[in-house]
Design a binder for this molecule. Structure first.
Ligand code: FES
Ligand code: FE2
Length: 343
């Protein structure tokens, strides 16, 4: 008896999602943005991780601090926009106006300042790490450091990118009505590529893909060789794709790299955000428009989301039975599902 896909219930059950969530959100780091979005004092970005609303902000000394977006008075929100710049030197709660500095210290509690022990009422911190221009957060103090968590992934990406310099370009945000594991299953195999990504000439004859599963670092990587195609000039040369369990994808090519966060929201909803960095020299030399990179990536993501949403509807129908997984075509998916089982 070979390996079977995990059961439909594992994807669709809110109870399973709640059980997974504990370890998902406490043991792992989550990509939330680019450091270019934090280029000034007071600039901040927000994220929602397992129901926790957090923000990270560039402080007066140039450091980056992360906090729960929860006032210590009666849980009002501190910042309300998804990203922005805090004018002035204080973060002001939107409910009754308590104010905090960029290090999270309570500065003024309005009429209650005198009766407050301000030292005990700072914003609750969240761990922040920056690697390769990507900003990550982690909700738990027990998880390893960001670099330990990335493990061999960091070296592999750094080796591929070499000494080139990259500029932050743009980001895209998608909401997928599917379970995060449907997206993960899909991202860990190249078996679907010829069927799902026909439109960009990304058929299997145009890309040679070798896949490796790495228990050390819990990731799958693809060694990709693109055949130049007139349909999509942004895909040429060599590529490195990585799925780092549970929710980080990194795609590198001669034109730059991107980082993608697969953020589970509920059993049936997943946010997909991707940030792009470009190698402008390589793009100019090959006469590839940087917007083509985004267009191409968007189309591929939309195709993946569409198929994963349809799979999720079928899994939810009550009629889907677990089928066999192939050691030849789907070793990455088998590996991904083992990691899910070990969560
Ligand atoms: S909840 Fe923030 S000041 Fe009251
Ligand atoms: Fe795909």
């Amino acid at each position: 008896m070979g390996v079977k896909n995990i059961s439909a219930d594992q994807y669709t059950s809110p109870t399973v999602f709640a059980q997974e969530s504990e370890n998902l959100f406490s043991l792992h780091w989550w990509l939330i943005g680019s450091d270019a979005e934090l280029d000034q004092k007071g600039s901040y970005i927000t994220a929602e991780i397992g129901g926790a609303r957090i923000f990270v902000i560039r402080d007066e000394e140039g450091g980056i601090n992360g906090f729960h977006n929860i006032c210590r008075h009666r849980a009002g929100p501190i910042v309300v926009d998804n990203k922005g710049i805090c004018s002035g030197k204080l973060l002001v709660c939107q409910y009754h106006g308590w104010s905090y500095d960029f290090a999270g210290r309570l500065v003024n509690a309005h009429d209650q300042t005198a009766s407050c022990d301000k030292a005990q009422l700072g914003l609750t911190p969240v761990r922040v790490g920056v690697w390769n221009r990507m900003v990550f957060v982690c909700l738990s103090d027990c998880a390893p450091s960001l670099l330990q968590w990335l493990g061999p992934v960091a070296d592999r990406v750094t080796r591929f990118l070499g000494a080139e310099s990259f500029l932050y370009h743009d980001s895209i945000e998608k909401v997928a009505s599917t379970n995060w594991k449907c997206y993960g299953d899909n991202a860990c195999e190249g078996y679907h590529v010829g069927m799902v990504h026909k439109t960009l000439g990304q058929a299997t004859e145009n890309e040679k893909i070798d896949l490796y599963c790495e228990p050390d670092g819990k990731y799958v990587w693809f060694d990709v060789t693109y055949s130049n195609t007139l349909v999509d000039q942004s895909r040429s040369g060599k590529g490195l794709w990585i799925y780092k369990f549970p929710g980080l994808l990194i795609h590198c090519s001669e034109f730059g790299y991107n980082g993608e966060c697969v953020m589970p929201v509920s059993a049936g909803s997943t946010n997909i955000n991707r940030w792009f960095w470009i190698n402008q020299n390589a793009l100019s030399e090959a006469m590839v428009d940087k917007q083509d990179l985004l267009r191409s990536a968007c189309q591929v993501i939309d195709e993946d989301i569409r198929i994963c949403e349809q799979v999720f509807v079928n899994l939810s129908s009550g009629f889907a039975q677990s089928g066999p997984l192939s050691q030849v075509n789907e070793p990455g998916t088998i590996f991904f599902q083992q990691l899910v089982n070990d969560l």
